[in-house]
Design a protein around this ligand. Structure first.
Ligand SMILES: [Mn+2]
Length: 215
């Protein structure tokens, strides 16, 4: 396992606050897990990628997939995935989950190919159930690409998206405590649920304008 400090990144926009925690299996900077958070005219696109294998040989296809996504964040999710698939055909491939936020519509569209877990925790503390889980199709981007079924979910303030690669144990959302800072939530999930047998990455993104204290 690794005693490398957790990698973190955070950013804030009007309607999305997000943070990432990641740990590479070899303890170095080289990981088969990658993420991208980028804006488009209607909102933001959030993507987490896990290339088959781990370490340096997996880092290249993960970076290639992220670069393909970055070229066209405004396109529909199936088109983005299809373009990644075409670019990755000569590689071992990746699995990936994507969520596109439309701020004006207050909605999120998400889709997953292969095993990157997706959970949306509802901001309303009285919501029952408290969260919903992304149903992702088996398959490989750059290998056997399944038919995609993007799913649109209306959003309320405080709704929080979590993507986690399979270096994180499934079921991490049970009893999950969300912190005000998404980076802190991502770090806590990684600390508690990292398998230690694979690269691991957790991305947490909370929808809704940040609360500003007015004096
Ligand atoms: Mn993995």
């Amino acid at each position: 396992v690794s005693d490398t400090p957790l990698g973190t990144a955070a950013n804030q926009t009007q309607a999305l606050q997000w943070g990432v925690a990641a740990r590479s299996l070899d303890g170095g900077g080289s990981s088969g897990d990658a993420y991208l958070v980028t804006s488009h005219p209607k909102g933001m696109l959030v993507v987490v990628i896990d290339a088959l294998g781990h370490g340096p040989e997996a880092a290249a296809p993960a970076a290639l997939a992220a670069a393909e996504v970055a070229k066209r964040p405004h396109e529909s999710l199936p088109i983005i995935v299809q373009r990644c698939h075409e670019a990755l055909l000569t590689t071992r491939g990746v699995v990936m989950s994507l969520a596109s936020f439309d701020f004006a519509e207050r909605a999120m569209t998400w889709v997953g190919i292969g095993d990157v877990a997706g959970v949306l925790v509802f901001g309303d503390p009285t919501a029952n159930p408290s969260h919903t889980v992304l149903v992702h199709r088996g398959g490989i981007v750059g290998g056997r690409l399944p038919q995609q079924r993007p799913w649109v979910i209306p959003l309320s303030d405080g709704d929080t998206l979590i993507f986690a690669t399979d270096g994180v144990q499934p079921g991490f959302e049970a009893g999950l405590v969300l912190h005000a800072d998404p980076s802190r939530t991502a770090n806590a999930i990684l600390e508690k649920h990292s398998k230690g047998t694979d690269d691991a990455l957790v991305l947490v993104a909370r929808f809704g304008a940040a609360r500003v204290r007015v004096s």
